[in-house]
Design a protein around this ligand. Structure first.
Ligand code: PMP
Length: 372
């Protein structure tokens, strides 16, 4: 199978990731609850995972790295910490349901969406600044759109927010492991990311980098301050109730080590080249509409397209019959589709990882040529 659905989760993992998950299941118990061998090993593994992430994402001390179940979990903690009923929230028009649904659950919010068109970072920044200047308690910006691969100018957005004293939440679900992501460099309140996509960890893992005040989302045992009725007031315990996904963290640690060895620059260049190859090939086919911004330097390893007269689901099924895995439809981001003008049918999406090759893109393009 040619797997081109890496924006959902990466399927091919470095072998060390798989080995670490198995070893953790065989040799580790719950961390922080005892000093016997298997508990101490688990504690050391979680700490090593936090340290590796804190170094890669410039998050300060390892305690600022909270282990979550996925990016959605981290975004829920972040928004629950910052947003109160009645607040004014500015967000990009490319947000995922992992942002818009938690916000929809808060009463009386005044949400302002930055709707600048696709692949126009200049217009986006102007509009973001304008919306912030109308007053805002919180801002949210995805780093890379999971629908279009559009790289938003998050560094400049962070600057706009910092100068106005507005706390910023960054959704790095599609950028972590590919583009530079930095908690301290951006001065963000939170950066949330999955462990199971670009970090090559197992499903059921994610990271939340915390740069400000936090509010627990889940309450329960932490193995610390057990006599106290309230959650501990220190990180990461404050946000990590219950038993950890230790095998997941062990695998994620190996994913982070793999990234350090391979280098984000290499991965980014590789994915951008695959996107350019796919976009150029698709643009030559009759009836294919491609959403591409790589020529302007603002697209990473995700690409959306449509075939005239065919539902995206039909295209994805036809590709699947040829052994090519892609995603079709609304990609859990109806807001991004509305902003990009694809809210009616959605799109077909291909998304790459460091394990994809130009040869695979060729085979995908040949199959698409027959369908077109
Ligand atoms: N935000 C974006 C931009 C995403 O692409 C995704 C995953 N599709 C999420 C959030 C949610 O990630 P997770 O599945 O790890 O909760």
């Amino acid at each position: 199978m040619i797997y081109l659905d890496n924006a959902a989760t990466t399927l091919q993992k470095p072998p060390a990731v798989r080995r670490a998950v198995g070893q953790a299941m065989a040799t580790m118990t719950s961390p922080g609850r005892g000093t016997y061998g298997p508990a101490a090993r688990a504690s050391r593994t979680l700490l090593a995972c936090r340290e590796a992430a804190a170094a890669l994402f410039q998050a300060g001390p390892p305690e600022n790295v909270v282990l979550t179940f996925n990016a959605t979990h981290g975004l829920n903690i972040a928004l629950n910490s910052l947003v109160k009923p009645g607040d004014r929230v500015v967000l990009s028009g490319y947000e995922h349901n992992a942002v818009t649904r938690p916000l929809a659950a808060v009463p009386d919010l005044r949400v302002r969406v930055v709707r600048a068109p696709l692949f126009r970072p200049d217009r986006f920044l102007e509009d973001f600044a304008r919306q912030l200047d109308r007053g805002a308690e919180v801002a949210v910006c995805t780093h890379v759109s999971n629908v279009y691969g559009y790289v938003l100018p998050v560094e400049e957005v962070a600057d706009l927010c910092r100068r106005r004293g507005v706390p910023l939440v960054v959704d790095a679900a599609q950028s972590a492991g590919v583009l530079p992501v930095t908690l301290s460099g951006w001065g963000a309140a939170f950066v949330a990311m999955p462990g199971h996509k670009g970090l090559y960890g197992p499903q059921g893992t994610g990271l939340l980098l915390c740069g400000g005040e936090t509010q627990p989302l889940l309450y329960g045992g932490t193995g610390s301050q057990s006599r106290q009725r309230e959650m501990p007031d220190f990180l990461p315990d404050r946000l990590e109730a219950g038993t950890h996904n230790v095998p997941g963290a062990a695998g994620l640690l190996e994913g982070l080590r793999f990234l350090r060895r391979r280098g984000l620059g290499t991965i980014q260049r590789q994915e951008t080249a695959l996107v350019a190859q796919a976009a150029q090939g698709l643009a030559r086919l009759p009836g294919v509409q491609v959403f591409s911004g790589w020529q302007r330097g603002c697209q990473s390893g995700v690409l959306s397209f449509r075939l005239a007269g065919r539902d995206p689901g039909w295209v994805a099924d036809a590709l699947a019959q040829g052994g090519i895995a892609v995603r079709a439809g609304l990609h859990c981001a109806p807001l991004a589709h509305a902003t990009g003008g694809t809210g009616d049918t959605g799109t077909v999406r291909v998304s790459f990882s460091t394990f994809n090759t130009p040869g695979e893109v060729d085979r995908f393009l040949k199959r698409m040529a027959r369908l077109a």
